[in-house]
Design a protein around this ligand. Sequence first.
Ligand SMILES: *[C@@H]1O[C@H](CO)[C@@H](O)[C@H](O)[C@H]1NC(C)=O
Ligand SMILES: *[C@@H]1O[C@H](CO)[C@@H](O)[C@H](O)[C@H]1NC(C)=O
Length: 179
Amino acid sequence: MMARIIFTFICLVFVCHNVAESRTVSMYDLKPATLIKSISKPALLGGDSPIFRNCSKTSDGFQLTNVLVAGCSVPPCPLIKGTNTSIEIDFIADKEVTAVTAKVYGQIDGIKVPFPLTNSDACSCGVACPTKAGNAYKYKYSLPIASEYPSMTLAVFWYLYDATVEELCMDVAVTIKDA
Ligand SMILES: *[C@@H]1O[C@H](CO)[C@@H](O)[C@H](O)[C@H]1NC(C)=O
Ligand SMILES: *[C@@H]1O[C@H](CO)[C@@H](O)[C@H](O)[C@H]1NC(C)=O
């Protein structure tokens, strides 16, 4: 019941469409609390524990190397209302992709809600397209945190796609809070 109320609220706030399609509970069905505990240390990163989880599939064509969220060293990452949060996703391409598209979802209680981006074209967000196999890329996005968003902790899933094919997935626990 509570989940349904929260879900409805997020839907209203995030202007969700095609919600029915995105309500499938997936293998990434983790609550933020579980997510934080399950973060594993990627081989490519030295030093501090990463703030993200690598949800890429082995068949994905982009190898995630690092994720930076401005102002965050320990999850959940604070997303302050009324500000823009810079997010950076570093990866190495295993293949050539002409058009790279970003898709973002917020997840609460196993329900993924689309989080529409003003600009979903990753080729205009730091990724030089077409990608070349073996090259490293930095995808950068400045995410506006609307004052109308509810204050809550949730998991944010960020994907990079080649048309309909997933090439990368990362998720990070965030807390939307007042300034
Ligand atoms: C993420 O997972 C993919 C697929 O298993 C792998 O190719 C990539 O190296 C991983 N990256 C990190 C940082 O763990
Ligand atoms: C956030 O980014 C948008 C679009 O780039 C810009 O119009 C706005 O002024 C920025 N807001 C803040 C608080 O920096």
